[in-house]
Design a binder for this molecule. Structure first.
Ligand SMILES: NC(=O)C1=CN([C@@H]2O[C@H](COP(=O)(O)OP(=O)(O)OC[C@H]3O[C@@H](n4cnc5c(N)ncnc54)[C@H](OP(=O)(O)O)[C@@H]3O)[C@@H](O)[C@H]2O)C=CC1
Ligand SMILES: CC(C)(CO)C(=O)C(=O)O
Length: 317
């Protein structure tokens, strides 16, 4: 299958090398010049579970440079970047292209619907993880899985088969919206708390009151979900959280929001806890913990961005 990965960052690169190794023709699309140059010159370095580095040669181009036609484009930008990416890659999206979004957070499907027909859209959630350590180098740990569904009437099975050839543990679901809320529940616990507690997923698991915090966050999300006709299964989310703590799954991973903060980037908080807080306010459902977490993460974004800017000034002097 001819596959493009739009957003060849931490996770896009991990999935890209696995798909290429399974015999698919993979192109990365990304906008970070140093990252693109490093991969195209020296290959993508992958360090898995602190083992010896391996090198993979996947071609990477900018959205402005990309040409040709793809059977599948996997969208793996951060949620606030999705609309821009879709605008920029529009010239290579034909009626035959399927677009699969695996980004975290709520609202991605609505963004894609502004660009292509519903029948071209596949949406999913993933528990694969990855860290972009420096331009051209990712660090990976454990294993993962993907659940996806065609949003319109498309046949998603060839995509599932192609991705499973690459060992990506993909299964079809008939209720991706519930899966997206479920994943957003997981992310609304692990991602901001990893930042606020300065912990990876396994370390979070050692906090005596970690699971009580999780339950309070999820209880608020469940009430917001009920208003929107979405069943948020707290027990199932807690069971996934417990599994993610294990090193063979994602225990050693620092969630993507932790990486954003370290890199001085804006996070996806408004599409996770911030989303639930906003709907809660509109609908009169109390969401004090999600609201507080949203404010704290925005404060942390500002603090880290100022720190990084100051370090850069000192460096330039
Ligand atoms: N990392 C992880 O372990 C996991 C991540 N996820 C989710 O997957 C998604 C991707 O995460 P992750 O891989 O960590 O993110 P990264 O920031 O590492 O990767 C996204 C890449 O897309 C590029 N990009 C974004 N917009 C554009 C654009 N318009 N043009 C060109 N390039 C663009 C970014 O470049 P630039 O930096 O220059 O903006 C970046 O290199 C997120 O929704 C995240 O929550 C889900 C599960 C686990
Ligand atoms: C792996 C997981 C679930 C951690 O929260 C994730 O989705 C992320 O890093 O954003």
């Amino acid at each position: 299958m001819k596959i493009a990965i739009a957003g060849f960052g931490a996770l896009g690169a991990r999935l890209g090398v696995k798909l290429q190794a399974a015999g698919h023709e993979v192109t990365g699309i990304d906008g970070w010049p140093a990252h693109i140059a490093a991969i195209n010159t020296n290959g993508l370095i992958v360090i898995h579970d602190n083992q010896a580095p391996k090198k993979y040669f996947v071609p990477v181009v900018t959205p402005q440079e990309v040409t040709g036609e793809f059977d599948l484009i996997i969208l793996l930008t951060k949620t606030p970047q999705l609309d821009r990416m879709l605008t920029d890659i529009a010239p290579v999206v034909t009626k035959n292209t399927q677009l699969l979004v695996l980004s975290n957070g709520l609202g991605n499907i609505e963004v894609i619907e502004k660009h292509v027909a519903r029948d071209q859209i596949l949406a999913g959630v993933t528990l694969w993880t990855s860290t972009l350590a420096k331009p051209g180098e990712i660090h990976t740990t454990g294993s993962g899985s993907i659940k996806l569904q065609a949003i319109g009437h498309a046949n998603a099975e060839p995509v599932v088969e192609a991705m499973n050839q690459a060992g990506l543990n993909v299964e079809l679901t008939d209720d991706v919206l519930t899966a997206i809320w479920h994943k957003a529940g997981i992310n609304s616990v692990l991602n901001p708390l990893s930042v606020l507690l300065d912990a990876n997923i396994a370390e979070f698991g050692t906090a005596g009151n970690g699971m009580d915090l999780a339950l309070t966050i999820l209880d608020e999300i469940q009430k917001v979900g009920a208003l929107q006709g979405i069943k948020v299964d707290i027990a199932a989310i807690m069971s996934d959280l417990t599994n993610l703590l294990k090193p063979e799954n994602a225990g050693n991973h620092y969630p993507s929001m932790y990486q954003d903060i370290q890199n001085g980037k804006r996070t996806e908080i408004d599409f996770l806890n911030g989303y639930f807080s906003k709907i809660g306010h509109q609908e009169d459902v109390p969401t004090p913990l999600n609201t507080m977490i949203t404010h704290l993460i925005h404060a942390k974004e500002d603090i880290e961005r100022v720190k990084i800017a100051k370090q850069q000034e000192t460096f330039e002097i």
